[in-house]
Ligand binder design. Structure first.
Ligand SMILES: NC(=O)c1ccc[n+]([C@@H]2O[C@H](COP(=O)([O-])OP(=O)(O)OC[C@H]3O[C@@H](n4cnc5c(N)ncnc54)[C@H](O)[C@@H]3O)[C@@H](O)[C@H]2O)c1
Ligand SMILES: O=P(O)(O)OC[C@@H](O)[C@@H](O)[C@H](O)[C@H](O)CO
Length: 437
């Protein structure tokens, strides 16, 4: 295996501006990872299925990232282009890159894997001594590892021994934790000293709005080469950072959103001001926090308390964000997965014997109640509930196997919450709510 850390080969093989390929030119691509890469000297090639977005990237020479905070500010992004992710032109871009990143949604990774495998084959044919790192910037545990397995299936099919060696030794798949709230943004609205004013969409359609906070932590042991990216932190205990973020920020976010949906709110800002919702979310992160602190001794109790307070009382309450409940509730099948933000910390509570996850059970129950006919995950879950009740979802989507003690305990606990949640929330009913639906 090539050497890592400071003795790593760096960008010397690219005398001109190095190229990074980023799959997914959406909120996180344009609002977080893309700007950091550009700021670090890369030309970013965005690859996306959305053809009109790619056209727009190729007809604009800059866009603006609006920092949504009390003291709003902006940053200009230049040095980017776009390629449709199914176009053969994308494969040529692999010849001049040492970094491929993604933010397409964890469930989409298997769909982009064949293209990445083809790009790597091309790279191997032209530059068999190349080193390249791939970082899946998706919410979830081990997203880059999942991508490695998917890409490997395609790359290794009918591959020579030398090709397999190239894949195993010269391509890094580094897991990461990626944290910045990038909500839907209306680029025609802008805030200045005189309040809100309207702008022409065509000039600003690529603009994004982001919170001021960001954290990107990457597994340094998995990287094959040095990248020197501003804002990318390298760490060894990666799972600790991934789970701390997913089981705190995303646990609270999901709890607020699913309960907020039940009560009829449209934004996270509205829902978090509802004391009943705030208390359940705070309780849920306390339940995940007690298990996280047992599992990961690198975080002290005080540090974790500060981390939680920043999330609950500063970041999620940021009045400039106006994040949509619908966005945060998206893909509930993924969010109800065994290792994700709801079931993951609840099971950790049982595994570490730190107490019963009463608030997390309510969050899980609320996620099972969620319905959105535009979201295929939500439709699938509603259908499963229709066929076999909430238990079917917990057994089949959340992987809580019948007969396993801890899993059975959690199932019972969630089913109880599922039955009583609407009554519990009813007295706080909002006119648009779903507590009676
Ligand atoms: N928005 C946030 O606050 C935030 C923060 C941290 C992490 N994330 C994670 O980042 C990822 C992306 O989230 P987002 O909010 O940017 O979503 P988004 O919907 O804004 O962007 C996703 C982009 O991927 C593109 N895409 C979909 N299928 C594709 C395919 N097969 N090939 C190429 N491109 C494809 C879409 O067209 C879209 O432009 C998710 O995993 C999310 O969990 C989001
Ligand atoms: O992106 P998802 O669907 O996994 O989760 C929705 C939000 O909780 C998420 O995008 C947060 O805004 C983000 O994780 C903040 O870093």
């Amino acid at each position: 295996m090539p050497e890592k850390t400071t003795t790593l080969p760096s960008l010397v093989s690219f005398p001109n501006m190095p190229n990074a390929i980023h799959f997914g030119a959406g909120n996180i691509g344009r609002g977080f990872i893309g700007p950091l890469l550009v700021d670090s000297g890369y030309h970013v090639t965005f690859a996306d299925v959305n053809e009109s977005l790619i056209d727009s990237l190729n007809t604009h020479d800059h866009y603006t990232v609006h920092i949504l905070s009390q003291r709003s500010s902006t940053a200009e992004v230049t040095d980017f282009s776009g390629v449709v992710s199914t176009s053969p032109d994308l494969l040529d871009k692999f010849l001049t890159t040492d970094l491929v990143t993604t933010s397409v949604g964890a469930q989409i990774l298997p769909k982009i894997a064949p293209t990445i495998a083809k790009g790597l084959k091309k790279l191997y044919q032209e530059r068999p001594d190349a080193l390249v790192d791939i970082i899946a910037c998706e919410n979830g545990v081990g997203a880059s590892e999942i991508l490695r397995k998917e890409v490997g299936k395609h790359f290794k099919k009918d591959a020579s021994t030398a090709e397999v060696e190239f894949f195993d030794k010269r391509v890094g798949f580094a897991n990461c934790s990626v944290d910045r709230i990038v909500p839907p943004f209306d680029p025609t609205k802008t805030i200045n000293g005189n309040g809100e004013r309207k702008r022409e969409l065509k000039d600003h359609e690529l603009d994004v709005g982001v919170e001021d906070f960001y954290e990107w932590v990457v597994d340094q042991d998995a990287l094959k080469t040095e990248h020197n990216i501003h804002g990318m932190k390298l760490a060894r205990d990666l799972l600790a950072y991934v789970e701390r973020k997913l089981f705190t920020l995303n646990t609270a976010h999901a709890t607020i959103a699913y309960l907020g949906w039940l009560k009829g709110y449209e934004t996270v800002n509205e829902a978090i001001e509802d004391k009943q919702i705030y208390d359940i979310a705070k309780g849920a992160v306390a339940e995940s926090g007690r298990a996280l602190l047992k599992k990961y001794t690198i975080f002290s109790k005080d540090e974790h308390e500060r981390y939680v307070n920043t999330i609950m009382d500063r970041r999620l309450k940021n009045p400039s964000l106006q994040d949509e409940i619908k966005r945060v509730c998206r893909a509930p099948r993924r969010k109800l997965g065994r290792n994700d933000r709801l079931i993951g910390p609840a099971m950790m509570d049982y595994e570490f014997g730190v107490g019963k996850p009463t608030n997390l059970a309510k969050s899980i129950a609320a996620a099972i109640w969620y319905s959105d006919e535009d979201d295929e995950d939500a439709v699938a879950i509603r259908n499963m509930v229709g066929e076999g009740g909430a238990e079917k979802v917990l057994r089949e989507v959340s992987g809580l196997k019948k007969g396993a003690n801890k899993a059975d305990e959690l199932v019972d606990h969630v089913l109880e919450a599922y039955g009583s949640l609407k009554n519990e929330l009813e007295s706080f009913r909002h006119p648009n709510g779903h507590v009676n639906g």
